[in-house]
Design a protein around this ligand. Structure first.
Ligand SMILES: Cc1cc2nc3c(=O)[nH]c(=O)nc-3n(C[C@H](O)[C@H](O)[C@H](O)COP(=O)(O)OP(=O)(O)OC[C@H]3O[C@@H](n4cnc5c(N)ncnc54)[C@H](O)[C@@H]3O)c2cc1C
Length: 430
C-alpha cells in the first residue's frame, strides 16, 4: 500500500507508487535499469530536509540510507558513500583526526542531498559544501557509473557538484578535509547598524561570522566562530536548557501565540529581542556547527552579491516598516566565498546569504513575496532547497552556465527519468 511522504517542514507531501532502499550499488543499478526499461521516473531522497518539492514523484522514490559510511581515507581526503548523514560523518571523520572545513547549521542532511542543493555554512573566505568535493561518482540513466573530478571529466564535475538530483544518482563523494579542529562559539547581542558598519572587519577577523536579526527591531544576535586551542568546555546545563527549552521551547510558545493571533507578531518580536543574550562554548567543530532545530518552519533564502547586502538590509527594513507582516522568526545573514559549480548559488561571486523564515501554519505568502521581490531586485539567486517562485526564464539569466547544465542533463538523461514536474518547470521543459 503506497504511503504518503512528507518533508521536514510538512509543506511538501506526495505519495510515491514505489519506494526503494537498495542494499548496495548493484541493487541500485538494477533498479535504475528496470525503471529506465519501463519508461518510469525515479527521484532520490536524502533526509527530506528541502523545503522545495525536489524529491516529489508519483513513481519511484529511492533512499540511499543503506549506502553509508567512509569507504577509504587518504588524508586529507576521504571517499564517502552518498547516503551518509552529516551527523554520522562528523564523529566518523574525527576517528581519523579529520573534519569538514565548514558546515551548515544543521547536520541531519545526507551528504549527497546537502550537496545537490548547494548547502552552505558561513565564513567569508570559505565556500559551500560543494567546494570541499574533489570527486564524485554518478550512476546515470544508462546504468553507467561515471567518476569525475577537476581532471577527469571536469565539465561533469562542475555540473554534478550541485545537481538538484537531475543528472543521476550520486553514489560516492570524495571530500577534501582538514585536520580535526575545535571551535570557540561566541554569541553576543548587537545593534544591526553597528554590525553593518563594521562588517568588513568582522568578516576578515572571524573564521565564521553570521547574525540573526529580529524583525521590527534593530537587535541582532551575532555569532562568531573561531579556532580554539583550549579544550572543549563542558556544556553548562543552563546552555543545554537555553537551547532546548528557551530557544526551541520559548520560540515554539511565542510562535504559537503569533500563529493564533498574527497581529501579535510585532510584540512577539520585541519579546524575542529582549531575550537575546550572550553565550560562549568550545567544542569539536562538527558539534559547534550543528544547532538543534525542533520548531518547524518554512524558509526562503537568497544568495546575493556580497556588496549588495547593506542595500538589501535597507530595503528589507523599509518593507517591514511599511508592510507589518505577521512574522516572528529572525532573519539569518551568512557569508561565503564564490565557487565554480555551475548551479551553485554562489557561482562566480562572493556571497551574502539572507534567509527569511515563517512558523509552520502561518501565511507566508505576503512576507515571502515581498522579500523575494527585494532579493531579486539585487540579483539574488534562490537556495535550491528553500522556497522560491522562480521559473526557467528568470533562472537562466542568473546562471552563466545554465545552458551548459541543461545540455548535459539532456545528454545524460534524454528520457527524463530523473525529472519531475517541479524540475521541468525550473528547467523550462514543461
Ligand atoms: C532545519 C533546516 C536547516 C537547514 N540549514 C541549512 C543551512 O545551514 N545551510 C544550507 O545551505 N541549507 C540548509 N538547509 C537546507 C538543506 O541543507 C537542503 O535542503 C539539503 O538539500 C537537504 O538535504 P537532504 O539530505 O535532506 O536532501 P533532500 O531534501 O532529501 O534532497 C535534496 C535534493 O538532493 C537530491 N539527492 C539526494 N540524494 C541524492 C543522491 N544520492 N544523488 C543525487 N541526488 C540526490 C534530491 O533528489 C533532491 O533534489 C536546512 C534545512 C532545514 C530543514
Amino acid at each position: 500500500m503506497p504511503r504518503m511522504w512528507k518533508n521536514w517542514s510538512g509543506g511538501v507531501s506526495f505519495t510515491p507508487a514505489h519506494r526503494a532502499a537498495p542494499a548496495d550499488e548493484d541493487a541500485l543499478r538494477r533498479l535504475v535499469l528496470e525503471t529506465a526499461g519501463r519508461g518510469g521516473k525515479l527521484r532520490v531522497v536524502g533526509a527530506g530536509h528541502s523545503f522545495t518539492p525536489l524529491v516529489e514523484t508519483t513513481d519511484t522514490l529511492v533512499s540511499l540510507d543503506a549506502l553509508t559510511g567512509i569507504v577509504e581515507v587518504a588524508a586529507p581526503e576521504a571517499l564517502i558513500k552518498a547516503g551518509t548523514r552529516l551527523q554520522a560523518l562528523g564523529p566518523a571523520l574525527a576517528a581519523h583526526h579529520l573534519a569538514m572545513e565548514n558546515m551548515g547549521d544543521i547536520d541531519t542532511q545526507s551528504l549527497a542531498g546537502a550537496l545537490a542543493t548547494g548547502t552552505h555554512g558561513t565564513g567569508a573566505q570559505l565556500g559551500g559544501l560543494a567546494t570541499q568535493v574533489t570527486g564524485l561518482t554518478l550512476l546515470g540513466a544508462d546504468g553507467e557509473f561515471r567518476t569525475c573530478s577537476e581532471t577527469q571529466d571536469p565539465q561533469l564535475f562542475q555540473a554534478a557538484k550541485v545537481s538538484l538530483g537531475a543528472l543521476g544518482v550520486v553514489t560516492a563523494v570524495r571530500l577534501q578535509l582538514v585536520p580535526s579542529f575545535r571551535l570557540k562559539a561566541v554569541k553576543a547581542r548587537a545593534h544591526l547598524d553597528d554590525i553593518l558598519a563594521s562588517l568588513d572587519g568582522l568578516l576578515a577577523g572571524n573564521r565564521h561570522f553570521e547574525f540573526f536579526w529580529i524583525p521590527y527591531t534593530d537587535v541582532v544576535q551575532a555569532k562568531y566562530l573561531n579556532l580554539a586551542q583550549e579544550p572543549a568546555t563542558p556544556r553548562p546545563l543552563a546552555h543545554v536548557l537555553n537551547d532546548l527549552v528557551l530557544e526551541n521551547g520559548a520560540l515554539w510558545a511565542l510562535s504559537e501565540a503569533a500563529r493564533l493571533v498574527p497581529g501579535l507578531s510585532r510584540a512577539v518580536c520585541q519579546v524575542e529581542a529582549a531575550a537575546i543574550g550572550g553565550q560562549t562554548q568550545i567544542d569539536d567543530s562538527y558539534k559547534i556547527f550543528a544547532t538543534p532545530r525542533h520548531v518547524r518552519f518554512e524558509e526562503m533564502e537568497y544568495a546575493l552579491p556580497r556588496a549588495a547586502l547593506p542595500a538589501v538590509i535597507a530595503d528589507v527594513r523599509a518593507a517591514l516598516t511599511r508592510g507589518k507582516y505577521a512574522v516572528n522568526f529572525p532573519i539569518e545573514v551568512r557569508f561565503g566565498a564564490g565557487d565554480e559549480a555551475w548551479l551553485s548559488p554562489a557561482h562566480g561571486r562572493d556571497t551574502a546569504y539572507v534567509a527569511v523564515h515563517m512558523y509552520r501554519g502561518m501565511d507566508l505568502v505576503p512576507y515571502f513575496s515581498a522579500m523575494e521581490a527585494i532579493f531579486r531586485a539585487h540579483g539574488g539567486r534562490p537556495h535550491w532547497g528553500k522556497r522560491h517562485t522562480l521559473g526557467a526564464e528568470a533562472l537562466a539569466g542568473l546562471y552563466p552556465r545554465w545552458a551548459d547544465f541543461l545540455a548535459l542533463r539532456q545528454q545524460l538523461d534524454p528520457a527524463g527519468m530523473f525529472l519531475n514536474g517541479p524540475l521541468e518547470r525550473i528547467f523550462g521543459l514543461s
